[in-house]
Write a protein that binds this ligand. Sequence first.
Ligand code: AMP
Ligand code: GLY
Length: 420
Amino acid sequence: MNILLVGGGGREHALAWALAGSPLLTKLFIAPGNPGTAACGTNVAIAADDVAGLVGFARDNAIDLVLPGPEAPLVAGIADACAAAGIACCGPSMAAARLEGSKSFTKAICDKAGIPTAAWARFDDADAAIAHIRAHGAPIVVKADGLAAGKGVVVAASVDEAVAAVNAMMRDHSMGAAGRSLVIEECMVGTEMSVFALCDGTNAIPLGAARDHKRVGDGDTGPNTGGMGAISPPPEATPALIETVMATIIRPTLAAMAAAGTPFRGILFAGLMLTDAGPKLIEFNARVGDPETQVLLPRLKSDLLAALVAACEGELADFDLRWADAASVGVVMAAAGYPGAVARGGVIGGLDEAAATPDVMVFHAGTRALGDQIVADGGRVLTIVGSGPTIAAARTAAYRAVGRITWADGFCRSDIGVMK
Ligand code: AMP
Ligand code: GLY
């Protein structure tokens, strides 16, 4: 099979690495890819959201399956365009990707299907939103309804903080169009965890569980980022808990989406709060996570490509994936300044030495080849993943490899995988 993988981050390097090992693979193309994916296949200079360019390339190069990594191509309609061109795409249609793009759409699906989630209300009017906050009190959660690049959520400890968030989003337009309407939610208490499921429109199989570290600084301090590291599996992720999530959240969502005429095919990423009353949905994403993918895939023993093909062909009902009984810890190395403006162009040394340490994978994200050197060219630059029999062993392996990297502008959190 010829595969076109879309994206250019650490997630896509991990996906490219997993696909490159498939006995079903003939040729792998990655658009736009990065210097890491170039070692797994052929990079193609087409942007991840250039749907016409991607589908044209797929048609001209006899691509059998398109795998979108990030949300940008999904939101731009790559699955719909592939369907129109008769090319299989392992990602949701624009209509089904609303599970990620619209919080109120997801909440309405939850209500219809009886899926456990925080109590909520949607507002188009700032005064009504503020009256609701005053009636309910704090803590309370204020969310921009649309896609806000992970920045549209305020978990407010006080009524004043919640009111300020409403004013910023609705009156000062701090989130642009995404904040034109708001969802206000009950604040749930518990431990967070993410569960991933591969879906064929009707059936779903678990793709593992992970926990990411969203804040930039040690001890979960500082601003939110795309993710500074992740572990898999989190200690709470017993087979029984995963089955509860499949039974109470994933399968009812698939049934509701199919009943609405917008079946979900692709990877459903459920962000969960493990509360005293059981797992409750925080949000869905319509794709795999970054850096969660980098810690999930090294544990997968089965052929990823065979599973993606089964998802595209509606044949997941009898499909099983085998996982290593091992743990992974992924540490993101970012450029100074991240998540703000970053220093670019710094030379990164020690990549081969890091990759040669035992039980380690080095995944590229914001890197660029400059002659025979690799230089930093983005915010999140590398994900270094250690594996081992326990999270503690995996953590030791990951940080040993981090210590081999020489890069003046680089930094990472030192507490990824520390168990409290
Ligand atoms: P989201 O973008 O919806 O994933 O929200 C970002 C973060 O805000 C989540 O990872 C949680 O830490 C927190 N959060 C969102 N919704 C709630 C809620 N209803 N209760 C408590 N925390 C929440
Ligand atoms: N690490 C969170 C995400 O990929 O959305």
